[in-house]
Design a protein around this ligand. Structure first.
Ligand SMILES: Nc1ncnc2c1ncn2[C@@H]1O[C@H](COP(=O)(O)OP(=O)(O)OP(=O)(O)O)[C@@H](O)[C@H]1O
Ligand SMILES: [Zn+2]
Length: 573
């Protein structure tokens, strides 16, 4: 059995995560981690709040407070939301965690000692009106590669290229909008060109998906440039290099190492074991899986593996990177900094987490940018969740309660139709599982819906409500098969809608929790025996009114007003 480390990109805490962050990273990772645990695998699932860097520093200066004071509250608020969405992190930590800060300093010193960090004057944008160097997202200009006019100093959000601020055409200060000057400042650089060949070979041989692999290989082939790992910011992890006093570590180098430090912190806290993390990260058999949006590809497929290589320690390199395209809202990309989208907290004011989890997985932008629309959301809730799954469950449980004394009937002769559906449901865990294992979460959930759809067809074809009068044995067989399909659904829904799955488990009067390790494997045999007494049936999901898409903007405005009052200052606008 392999060990797994499942990770989700660290959300920047300058805002509440939006539905794009959820599907691009947090939720997709959770479905995968939950699935692995249900298979009894050894999993550590980590992420945390990314809190350093300029946007938060500037916000703190503007408000005249300490940035940590702002992020303490923001991290707590986001952590609570993550729990409310049932994201099953083993450790959701933060970049201000002491374990993380010292880990980053020690790690960066290793790169320095191994000769991968060199010191050099950098020419950086400076705003004479604001009196400061403008790092990363604080200088905006035209991308030299694709012509996008709102590219940032470190990356173009349109074509995804990593940039140096001097490459931008017509660079302007993002704070005041005026032109920038370029001034010299001493910085410490990561010598990526030294790793060029090694990276290329690894990429070539890796099992990364084609979109990640091709993009990264092209980028490496064009020739890697050294990247500066320091910044002139005060808010961040102090750079540990001799002579670098007053500089901090660039947020990306800081946050990427969080995957490792969060595992370390988890081992110390939960197992009292300082060395726990090495059993995962220093074992080439460990499968590390990263869930990210496509703009994060270069950092995970190039920078992070390069850092691991340069450390000289036996880190396991990324086993898989599942990167999504963008979820769009009304034609534009969800964005924290531009405050565009639907936010995790306001969504919960409208409907419980399961609805968002289900609908987002069904809309997961796996192959192309995908528009989140309220009409599609309504269709998914009303048709897939209610008409297909909810209705099937209800029909089966109600009928067994009214006609079989709420006990799973003893089946009679298993005929063709029965066998066909029974075989189909018992093969479902492996069918759904293989889609999850190939990171096709959307298709995996579609298979779960299909199981219920076929269940409804099976009931219609077998008509047990007629047969109970003429051939009660056959009605009993039908309901035995159908009841087992319902139990199967509880297990298959567990990674996707954990609360509904648990409620269904209780309605079936099953022992323990549906989320127990190994449950998925048990489900390849019938889960319900004849004679088993079921619990009380109740509706699994509820429908949205048909005018929901028209009303939703009004509902959302109310919800936003309400959550703004609960949010801590940094997240309020
Ligand atoms: N619309 C989206 N669809 C899918 N994934 C997304 C989307 N927006 C962001 N992500 C992913 O969410 C993760 C966290 O991103 P981050 O906290 O930087 O938020 P952001 O919305 O991208 O911020 P900003 O808009 O300010 O750049 C990243 O992996 C990112 O790729
Ligand atoms: Zn570009």
């Amino acid at each position: 059995m392999a060990r797994w480390v499942v990770t989700s990109a660290w959300p920047y805490v300058n805002n509440v995560p939006h539905l794009g962050n959820l599907i691009g990273s947090i939720l997709s990772a959770d479905v995968f981690a939950r699935y692995l645990r249900l298979r009894g695998e050894d999993v550590v699932f980590v992420s945390g709040s990314d809190e350093h860097g300029t946007p938060i520093e500037i916000e703190a200066i503007r408000r005249g407070v300490d940035p940590k004071q702002l992020t303490d509250q923001a991290h707590e608020y986001v952590s609570k939301l993550i729990r409310e969405y049932r994201i099953s992190f083993d450790n959701y930590t933060r970049t201000e965690s002491p374990v993380h800060k010292s880990f980053v300093q020690e790690f960066m010193m290793k790169l320095y000692q191994n000769g991968y960090i060199f010191e050099q004057d950098d020419v950086l944008p400076y705003c004479p009106r604001d009196g400061m160097f403008l790092p990363d997202r604080f200088v905006v200009g035209t991308c030299p590669y694709c012509g996008f006019e709102k590219a940032y100093g470190d990356q173009c959000d349109n074509c995804g290229r990593l940039l140096h601020p001097t490459e931008l055409k017509n660079p302007r200060c993002a704070i005041c909008g005026g032109p920038v000057e370029f001034r010299k400042s001493r910085h410490w650089f990561f010598d990526l060109p030294k790793l060029q060949e090694k990276l290329l070979r690894w990429l070539q041989e890796s099992r990364l998906p084609p979109n990640v692999k091709n993009y990264s290989m092209n980028w490496v082939k064009e020739g890697l440039k050294p990247r500066s790992v320091t910044r002139d910011n005060k808010w961040g992890i102090p750079a540990p290099f001799p002579g670098a006093e007053g500089k901090t570590i660039y947020v990306w180098f800081d946050a990427l190492l969080g995957y490792v430090s969060a595992t370390k912190e988890y081992g110390i806290r939960e197992k009292g074991d300082e060395e726990f993390w090495k059993r995962y990260w220093f074992d080439s058999e460990t499968r590390t899986v990263y869930f990210i949006g496509k703009d994060n590809i270069p950092f995970h497929a190039i920078i992070l593996p390069a850092m691991f290589m340069a450390s000289g320690d036996p880190y396991t390199l990324p086993w898989y990177i599942s990167s999504t395209e963008y979820l769009m809202y009304e034609g534009e990309q969800f964005s924290k900094s531009r405050r565009w989208g639907i936010w995790m907290d306001e969504a919960l004011e409208l409907l419980p987490a399961d609805y968002w989890r289900f609908a987002l997985i069904k809309m997961r932008p796996e192959t192309k940018d995908t528009n989140f629309t309220w009409s599609e959301f309504t269709r998914i809730v009303n048709s897939d969740m209610n008409d297909d799954i909810g209705n099937f469950v209800h029909r089966v449980l109600k009928f067994i309660k009214s006609r079989f004394g709420n006990k799973v009937p003893e089946p009679g002769e298993i005929k063709d139709l029965d066998k066909e559906y029974l075989d189909y449901i018992l093969a479902a865990p492996s069918r759904v599982g293989s889609y999850i294992e190939s990171f096709r979460l959307k298709q995996a959930l579609e298979e779960v819906v299909e199981l219920a759809r076929r269940g409804n067809q099976y009931l219609n074809a077998k008509a047990p409500w007629e047969k109970i009068k003429t051939d009660p044995q056959d009605a009993a067989t039908t309901m035995y098969v159908a009841a087992n399909a319902v139990a199967e659904l509880a297990v298959l829904l567990a990674p996707f809608t954990p609360d509904a799955a648990e409620r269904l488990w209780k309605m079936l009067n099953m022992e323990g929790s549906v989320h127990e390790p190994g449950r998925w494997l048990e489900a390849s045999k019938p889960l319900l025996n004849p004679g088993h007494t079921l619990g009380e049936p109740e509706p699994l999901f509820r429908k949205l009114p048909s005018d929901f898409p028209e009303k939703v903007h009004e509902l959302l405005a109310e919800a936003r007003k309400k959550v703004m009052e609960k949010r801590p200052p940094l997240l309020r606008w």
